[in-house]
Design a protein around this ligand. Structure first.
Ligand SMILES: [Zn+2]
Length: 436
């Protein structure tokens, strides 16, 4: 006898929709079968589409930026995530230069995440190293984070030089860690341009392209493992495809976020431009067009959810604005609306594999966590919800035909037909085991 049976839905199995029943016991998927088998509880999926719980591997909750803290802490941010079908978030530790620092920072951040309602993990993060790559890798692996983030900008606090990048990518050749890179060549950023209307000129696409190619060269040289977060320019993808086809999507993976698909840098001329401020910034329309053409070369769609209240963002001078936008709740509906079924694995299996959660997460398979999203893609039209604490979502006026109706985490409902249920997420210790 199973704990729960879900009937009458269409499940996404092996990239196809299948009318079948999903059986759950002890929080995990126990069987997938067209047969009607006995279970204690029964859920009628009512023809909805069922996919694995979404994974957002790029969120910033309870993060400080200058005098400001993100509008969402782990509680409010994870509630917004749940409404958007996201049952796993991976946040970032603050940058530390030593293995010991990573361990302490993990203990600090883990306390902040205690009230997270979805499952969660952390990426270790480094700045200019005062330790060996070996010690950094060992510390990250000890806390269950095989993913180590670095920034090639944000001097001096968060910045990593090319030497640090090279050292870490060299270490990643052992295949037990992956280096996540915020790639903008710091010396190509024009810090003298300070008017918000010039944001995309101050941090141009060339800065991203140049730095990504440098990272690709290290990856090829050492047979390392890297992942570029928030790719913003289509040309970045095109250049990699023409110059590094041997490593693209084999050793070097790409992530992007919905805001680069929905907006271009013309918004920086608007009076509410501050709401659209993030790094890297929105790109010219021509770059967005390429991104929309070549998007299948992206392995992961994430959000970089990093919202601040609009009153805090309302400045004209770039250096005074806390950078970042929200999106964890709206992301899937937005991208499904654009590209349909092909986005599903980029929110499920691919992030699970690349961030060391597969097959516990990211798939509908026996023994996987029973994290499920039930959605309807035939709605007349609906606005996207916003349960984040942030006001002024940049997606407030967008209408979609996709609506997430039910969300289940480890076999219990987080969301069911407009009602939110209390639940506590668990910390996920991750390990790189499989490849895409
Ligand atoms: Zn980020």
């Amino acid at each position: 006898m199973y704990d729960l049976r879900i009937c009458g839905g269409e499940a996404y199995l092996d990239r196809q929709w299948a009318r079948t029943n999903i059986y759950i016991s002890a929080g995990r998927i126990a069987n997938i079968s067209e047969a009607l088998l006995p279970a204690v509880k029964h859920v009628d999926a009512d023809g909805l589409k069922i996919i694995p719980g979404l994974i957002d591997p790029h969120v910033h909750l309870a993060m400080n930026s200058g005098p400001y803290t993100t509008a969402d802490d782990f509680y409010s941010g994870s509630i917004a995530a749940a409404w958007g079908g996201v049952t796993t978030v991976i946040d970032f530790l603050d940058e530390r230069p030593t293995g010991e620092g990573i361990q302490k920072e993990f203990e600090r951040k883990r306390k902040l995440a205690r009230n997270c309602v979805v499952d969660y993990g952390f990426h270790a993060a480094i700045c200019e190293l005062r330790d060996t790559a070996e010690n950094i890798a060992a510390a990250a692996l000890r806390i269950g984070s095989p993913t180590i983030k670095l920034y090639t900008t944000y001097k001096p606090a968060a910045y990593s030089s090319d030497e640090t990048v090279e050292k870490m990518i060299k270490r990643s050749a052992e295949n037990d860690i992956r280096i996540l890179c915020h790639a903008e060549a710091d010396d190509l950023i024009d810090f003298d341009l300070q008017d918000l209307s010039q944001l995309s000129k101050a941090r141009p696409a060339e800065a991203e392209i140049t730095q990504v190619l440098k990272i690709a060269e290290f990856v090829r040289k050492y047979e390392g493992n890297a992942y570029i977060v928030h790719v913003s320019s289509g040309t970045t993808i095109r250049k990699l495809l023409s110059e590094y086809p041997d490593i693209l999507n084999k050793r070097l993976y790409l992530e992007s976020a919905p805001h680069y698909f929905y907006f271009d840098d013309s918004v920086y001329q608007r009076p509410d431009a501050f709401l659209y401020s993030m790094t890297p910034p929105l790109r010219p329309f021509s770059e967005q067009e390429i991104l929309k053409t070549d998007w299948r070369l992206l392995s992961v769609l994430a959000t970089d959810h990093c919202p601040f209240m609009s009153a805090e963002k309302k400045h004209k001078k770039i250096s005074e604005i806390p950078m970042g936008v929200g999106g964890v709740e709206q992301s899937f509906a937005l991208m499904y609306q654009l590209f349909g079924d092909e986005v599903i694995e980029r929110y499920t299996k691919n992030p699970a594999v690349l961030h060391g959660l597969y097959p516990q997460k990211g798939c509908l398979q026996i023994n996987s966590d029973a994290d499920l999203v039930f959605f309807d893609d035939q709605r007349e039209s609906c606005h996207l919800g916003n349960h984040s604490k942030q006001d002024g979502s940049i997606y407030r006026d967008i209408v979609v035909h996709v609506r997430i109706e039910k969300v289940m985490s480890s076999g219990s409902f987080l969301i069911n037909n407009g009602v939110q249920y209390g639940k506590k997420g668990k910390y996920l210790s991750r390990k790189l085991t499989s490849s895409l």
